[in-house]
Design a binder for this molecule. Structure first.
Ligand code: UD1
Length: 386
């Protein structure tokens, strides 16, 4: 790989594995491509493999075909992480990157960071420093481990800087740059699908659509193991949703883990409501279109807490904590937990008051990837490409 001046570009290997990685990697790949000193490469680990969880995101986000697809698939954490280790090592040996860029907090993030650092390849973590302080969340372990081995840590909010400081990460490795998820969101907004089209395409009844036109809609996602694998928690949440659907139509984009869990727990009856539209996982353009026009979002996703804050849409977080406190302190998020009564009180509050107004946090301006590319190029400048 050469630049126009003939100098070697630094080989920057970006790792994607699960759905939320795609929205973070896409703006980075674009920004790295524009930076003359950087030559981006992309691998997809195959942690997510269904077309609805993977292919559609490549298409909509304009991501190039990955330079390698590792096909690791699902399994227990140990099995999946072990397969990730085994699959990533030969790719690094072959591609010889100058730096490995990992994003977010999924198993692929941590696995790639560990394999790279043991080979003494510098590791860059984008979305570093977030902490829920809840080690029952597998992602929390991934965050802590990844941040400990990362050489450069790009963070989205001030709390993350403080968390890293507390954990002894040297300040000169940490850079507050904003949020690449918001870069993707801003980029997607003009191309987002009109919600009415998605509702029709995804099989909403005439009555559902008519009511959504009149009263608006809510959007629901759910996939945390603590919410869906535990039958009682899952039952409480879905009971609240079943009641809330009496007040406004709800679109529920069902993650494969959740689909399987709801069946196993014999709770499908709770989704059988004329104003609950349960769909397959939606595409990014479908999701952004629905979220941007929602009266509220109910979710246990980290990304949606940020996207709703970015869009000024009220968000009810169905968890006991959040690793993204800026969405509560400055944005539109309320952390409500999984108690039926509390969820319903929060829904009622948003319906009657319009919910929290919030403001968009500093640097969530659509330019985070650009800042990262410029900073990374500067950081690599002093190092000869391998
Ligand atoms: C993973 C991430 C989570 C992220 C989420 C987004 C970890 C620890 N978790 O959770 O942080 O928020 O992705 O979706 O990395 N499955 C399919 N098809 C797929 C992928 C998964 O059917 O394409 C099913 C399988 O039954 C699998 C289960 O979903 O066992 C869980 O998949 P896994 O990748 O282990 O974790 P997620 O719950 O998706």
């Amino acid at each position: 790989m050469t630049t126009t001046e003939g100098a070697r570009r630094h080989r920057v290997l970006c790792v994607a594995g699960a759905r939320p990685n795609m929205m973070k990697v896409a703006p980075l790949m674009r920004a790295f491509t524009r930076e003359p000193l950087l030559g981006p490469l992309l691998i997809h680990t195959g942690q997510h493999y269904d077309a609805a969880m993977k292919d559609v995101f490549f298409e909509e986000l304009g991501l190039k075909e990955p330079d390698a697809f590792l096909g690791v698939g699902s399994g227990s954490h140990a099995a999946q992480t072990g397969r990730l280790f085994l699959a990533i090592e030969p790719v690094l040996d072959e591609m010889k990157p100058d730096v490995v860029v990992v994003v977010g907090d999924v198993n692929s993030t941590m696995a790639a960071a560990l394999v790279a650092t043991k080979k003494r390849i510098p590791v860059v973590h984008v979305e570093a420093g977030l902490r829920s302080f809840d080690r029952d969340m597998p992602e929390e372990i991934n965050r802590i481990v990844t941040d400990q081995v990362a050489d450069l840590l790009y963070v989205t909010e001030q709390d993350a800087v403080r968390n890293l400081e507390r954990e002894g990460v040297a300040a000169d490795r940490v850079r507050l740059v904003g949020n690449v998820m918001i870069d993707s969101l801003r980029d997607a907004l003009p191309r987002a699908k009109a919600p009415g089209e998605t509702f029709a395409a995804r099989g909403a009844s005439a009555a559902w659509r008519e009511r959504a036109t009149r009263d608006g809609h809510a959007f629901l996602t759910l996939h945390r193991p603590s919410n869906v694998d535990d039958r009682e928690t899952c039952r409480r949440i879905l009971t609240a949703i079943n009641t809330a659907a009496g007040q406004l139509p709800i679109v529920f984009a069902v993650h494969p883990r959740t689909r399987d869990a709801v069946r196993k727990h014999d709770l499908t009856g709770l989704l059988d409501h004329p104003f609950i539209l349960a769909t397959e996982p939606l595409s990014y353009f479908e999701t952004v279109g629905i979220v941007a026009k929602a009266r509220m979002v109910l979710t246990d996703s980290g990304g949606l807490q940020e996207e709703t804050t970015g869009l000024g849409v009220p968000c009810i977080t169905l968890r006991e904590n959040t690793e993204r406190p800026v969405t509560v302190e400055q944005g539109t998020n309320v952390v409500v937990g999984t108690d039926e009564t509390k969820i319903l009180a929060s829904v009622r509050d948003i319906l009657s008051t319009g919910g929290k107004r919030g403001k968009v946090p500093p640097l969530w301006d659509g330019k985070a990837a650009e800042r990262i590319a410029a900073d990374l190029a500067g950081w690599l400048k002093g190092r000869p490409p391998t």
